[in-house]
Design a protein. Structure first.
Length: 365
């Protein structure tokens, strides 16, 4: 379970803007405006988060951890990011670190193996180090602990084609991605992949591929798990993460943003039931101003957490989704999470399930 302690700001630089580019639109409701009302550019690059929002986020995250413990889940926590943490640096770049909040992103759990994935945002490069005590404890009890090749993260490491392809945007216009700078450490497009791009379905792993970075990392993953897991590539289901697009609630049932996602899935998963909730209501979200950087679309509330085949943790404000799940026979547990659009994650993002009851299923058998 992640931690929101000492969240201060978002460091706007190439890797951050590229990762969130699909949500960095200029509009009043669906996406933030990253330019002043007169059309001029914002001068600052470090986007300070209001203390009120930070405190309320911390309160909501701790409430989620308490709820999980109360329903019988063993909850492990990372070391908190220290206050006033110094910038981390690589070869030719530096960035202020963020706390290990969305811990789903930089780790993939497959069976008895912990796989640390290669991050795409510089400020998160050392994030999994704050989970070292948890991972080490699992390792000492017999788990395997693997780290995928770490990228250098020069500007040239990033495949910018997706961000510059106007056909992939959700209605634009998006903020432009700065022209990358050359570096003596350039090695071409590198492996980058987040655990939240992967949908684990028994012996099958569906991986979202939107650029050359993802494809290179998926090549590594396929070789690494060959003979144990089947890796299926879906192309551009989203720019990166798919856990606000498609989530497995239980065997045979997906929660989906829209029905057309079925066409991207391999058999037999394209025959599973799709639960598509109503469109999100603007009234269920706080109102922000131009000093608040909104990072997620209104569909973030699809980022639920399936605790068991009957129980789903859902944002308490998303009453239409709660009603939809209850009509489908699920027990929907309402949890408070006010500022999900400011911090880029929901309940699925905040958590990383390391141990699940039951055998490793083969839904393709």
């Amino acid at each position: 379970m992640g931690s929101a302690a000492n969240y201060v700001s978002h460091d706007r630089e190439l890797s951050f803007d590229l990762f969130f580019h699909e949500n960095l639109f200029r509009s009043d409701w669906a996406y933030p405006r990253l330019r002043q009302a007169d059309g001029s550019s914002m001068e600052h690059r470090s986007w300070r988060i209001k203390q009120q929002y930070v405190e309320e986020l911390h309160e909501d995250v701790e409430g989620l951890a308490q709820t999980l413990a109360e329903i019988g889940v063993t909850v492990h926590r990372p070391m908190p990011l220290p206050p006033n943490a110094e910038s981390i640096s690589g070869l030719g770049w530096s960035a202020l670190p963020v706390p290990p909040l969305n811990i789903r992103d930089n780790t993939l759990i497959l069976g008895d193996e912990i796989i640390e994935t290669p991050p795409a945002i510089r400020s998160r490069y050392l994030e999994t180090r704050l989970l070292t005590p948890v991972y080490r404890a699992y390792y000492e009890r017999g788990a395997r602990w693997t780290t995928m090749p770490r990228p250098i993260l020069t500007d040239a490491s990033f495949d910018l084609s997706y961000a510059r392809d106007t056909e992939t945007t959700l209605g634009g216009p998006t903020e432009p991605i700065e022209d990358p700078q050359t570096s003596p450490f350039d090695v071409g497009h590198e492996m980058m992949l987040d655990g939240a791009q992967c949908l684990r379905l028994g012996r099958d792993v569906i991986v979202n591929i939107a650029n050359a970075n993802h494809a290179a990392a998926c090549d590594w993953l396929e070789r690494h798990v060959a003979g144990t897991y089947r890796v299926h590539r879906v192309f551009r289901m989203a720019d990166n993460h798919i856990d606000s697009m498609l989530l497995a609630l239980r065997p045979g049932v997906f929660l989906a943003r829209h029905e057309d996602l079925r066409q991207l899935l391999p058999a037999p998963f394209n025959a599973w039931k799709f639960i598509v909730p109503p469109q999100p209501d603007a009234g269920h979200f706080p109102t922000y101003d131009n000093k608040d950087l909104v990072l997620t679309s209104p569909y973030i509330d699809l980022n639920v957490l399936s605790v068991d085949p009957e129980t789903v943790l859902v944002n308490a404000e998303c009453v239409e989704l709660i009603k939809t799940l209850e009509q489908e026979g699920f027990t929907a547990v309402p949890i408070q999470h006010r500022h999900r659009r400011l911090f880029g994650g929901g309940f699925h993002c905040f958590t990383l399930d390391t141990v699940r009851e039951g055998p490793l299923e083969d839904y393709n058998a």
